[in-house]
Design a protein around this ligand. Structure first.
Ligand code: ZN
Length: 200
């Protein structure tokens, strides 16, 4: 199983980090070992002083007759060591240390199928300590899911069980020990996670 992630897929978020609107999707990967167990907690890593929350729509795939088909949607967190990423970006190095570390991905289960997949707008939001810090919907994506699938598959086959993180809307920011992060998808609370400091 692989976790495929898309960067800079919402215009307002690309701008808030000083990035240009991309002409084609930005792709990176997280390993399965990045996943946080259901219910958390989020454990901050010791190598960074600036872990940012990025809430994203996450799609799950099934490969049917040679085609990658979406069979579920949920929300997840693409946790990012922004200080480390900034350094890597400046040096032109790959992002894995900032994006693929243990505990850098949360995927709220269960996935939703059926009506949730055919909703015109899959709306979602993130609350940090009770305040809405990020909100968006799939209609705001620069590249929609169909375009992303086609683009990703020019480079790598999407297999059954693979996940696609589709980018985050504006409002990313740091999290700290003691924080509570709640994720809402289509008016349903999908996660409620506590943030803890690094293991001593
Ligand atoms: Zn992201």
């Amino acid at each position: 199983m692989k976790i495929i992630c898309i960067g800079r897929n919402y215009g307002a978020h690309a701008k808030e980090l000083g990035n240009a609107i991309p002409e084609e999707p930005v792709i990176f990967l997280k390993p399965e070992s990045a996943l946080i167990p259901q219910g958390g907690p989020i454990r901050l890593p010791s190598f960074s002083k600036e872990i940012h929350h990025e809430i994203e729509l996450v799609y799950r795939f099934e490969r049917i007759g040679g085609m990658a088909e979406v069979n579920g949607v949920t929300i997840g967190l693409d946790l990012t060591a922004r200080d480390v990423q900034q350094e890597l970006k400046e040096k032109g190095l790959p992002w894995e240390k900032a994006k693929a570390f243990d505990g850098s991905a949360y995927v709220a289960e269960p996935f939703l199928g059926g009506a949730a997949l055919t909703q015109r707008y899959q709306t979602f939001s993130l609350l940090r300590n009770g305040l809405v810090v990020q909100e968006g919907h799939n209609g705001q994506m620069i590249f929609n899911v169909e375009t992303l699938i086609t683009h990703v598959e020019r480079y790598m086959r999407i297999e059954t069980g693979d996940l696609l993180f589709t980018g985050t809307p504006a409002g990313v920011g740091p999290i700290a020990p003691g924080d509570r992060l709640e994720g809402i998808l289509l008016d349903e609370r999908k996660f409620d996670l506590r943030v803890e400091g690094p293991t001593p």
